[in-house]
Design a protein around this ligand. Sequence first.
Ligand SMILES: Cc1cc2nc3c(=O)[nH]c(=O)nc-3n(C[C@H](O)[C@H](O)[C@H](O)COP(=O)(O)OP(=O)(O)OC[C@H]3O[C@@H](n4cnc5c(N)ncnc54)[C@H](O)[C@@H]3O)c2cc1C
Length: 321
Amino acid sequence: MRQKLEIVGAGLAGCCLAWQLRERGVELRLVDDHRPGAASRVAAGLINPVTGKNFQPSWRIAEFLPESVAFFERIGRELGKPLWFPHPVVRLVGEKDWAKVARKLELPAVARWVERVEENIEGWRAAVTLKGGGRVDVRAFCEATEESFGSPTSDFQSGRVVRCGGMFDLVEGRLGEHRCAKGEILTVRMPGGDESRILIGGGGWLVPVGGGLFKAGATYEWDQLDGEPTAAGRARVEEIVRTLGGENFEVVAHEAGVRPIVRRSMPLIGKVGGEVVFNGLGSKGSLYAPGVARRLAEWIVDGTEIESELELGRWMGGLVD
Ligand SMILES: Cc1cc2nc3c(=O)[nH]c(=O)nc-3n(C[C@H](O)[C@H](O)[C@H](O)COP(=O)(O)OP(=O)(O)OC[C@H]3O[C@@H](n4cnc5c(N)ncnc54)[C@H](O)[C@@H]3O)c2cc1C
C-alpha cells in the first residue's frame, strides 16, 4: 500500500521533502498558511562555497553543492522554469582581513573553489573569484511546488505529519533552544550594474536576479522575530548596496524574514513528540535543503538510518520517542 503523509510548511524544507517523497511514490498533502516572516519567501537563494569572516568552506560543501544544483536543475525542468542560476562569486577583501584570507587561500579545501585572485583593485585590497556558486530562485520554487502539489481532495486521510514550519516551530520551543535571526533584504534596480556575478563584501552581498534587478542583504537581528521591515534595516542594507554597487540605485522592494537556526546552524531531521521534523536550515537553506530532504525521505520510506550529525535525537539529548 502507498504511504500517505502530510507536510506542514511549504518553505524550502517542506517543498524539497515533497519532491523527494513524490519521487519515492509517497502520496502527499502539502499545506501552508503563508505566515508573514517565512524565510523562503524573501531569501536571496545565494550559494557561496566559501563563506564568512573566517573564509571557511561550508560544512560538507563538496557533497551537498552538486546534489543541490542537480536537484534544482531537475525540478526546474519538471516545472518548466529555471531555478538554478550559476554565477561566479566575487569576495571583496579589505586590508584588515587580507592576511587571514590570503593564508586560507593556500588550504586545498579552499583552493579548489578559487578561480582567481586580483590584488589592489579599486577600493579593496583584493578580489577572490570563487567557482561553483550561484543563486536558487527560492520563491519561484516554493510557489510552483505548492501549485504542482495542488489542493488535495477533502477525503485525504494521513496518518503521519512532517513538520517543516521553520522559525514558527522553533519559537514555540519544539526543539528546545533556538537562535533564529531576522533578516532584512532589499530588491534594487541598478542601471548598468554588472549582472554576471555575485558580489560579497562589507558585511553583505549583492545578487543579480535579472532584468537589471539585484537582491541586497542582509541584516541579522535576534530580538524582534517578525516579518516587519524596519527603517534601521533598510538603512543598513542601503549602506551595503553603496559599498558594493555605488550610489546609482533605486529600491523597489524591502522585505524581512526569519532564518530558522538551531545549534551551530546545522539542519536537523528525525522524530520528536510523535511527529517527524525537518528544521534548522539557518542561513544556507539553498545548499542543504535538497540533500537533507533526501535523507529524511529515505528514512521515512526505507527506514535508512539518519546519520548522527543530522539526527534530531542526538540534539534533543534523549527527549525523543
Ligand atoms: C533575509 C534572508 C535572506 C536569506 N538569504 C539566503 C540566501 O541567500 N541563501 C540561502 O541559502 N539561504 C538564505 N536564507 C535562509 C533560507 O531562507 C532558509 O534557510 C530557508 O528558507 C528556511 O526554510 P524553511 O522551509 O525551514 O522555513 P520557512 O521558509 O520559514 O518555511 C516555513 C513555512 O511553514 C509555514 N508554517 C509554519 N507553521 C505552519 C502551520 N502550523 N500551518 C501551516 N503552515 C505553517 C510558514 O507559513 C512557512 O511558509 C535567507 C533568509 C532570510 C530571512
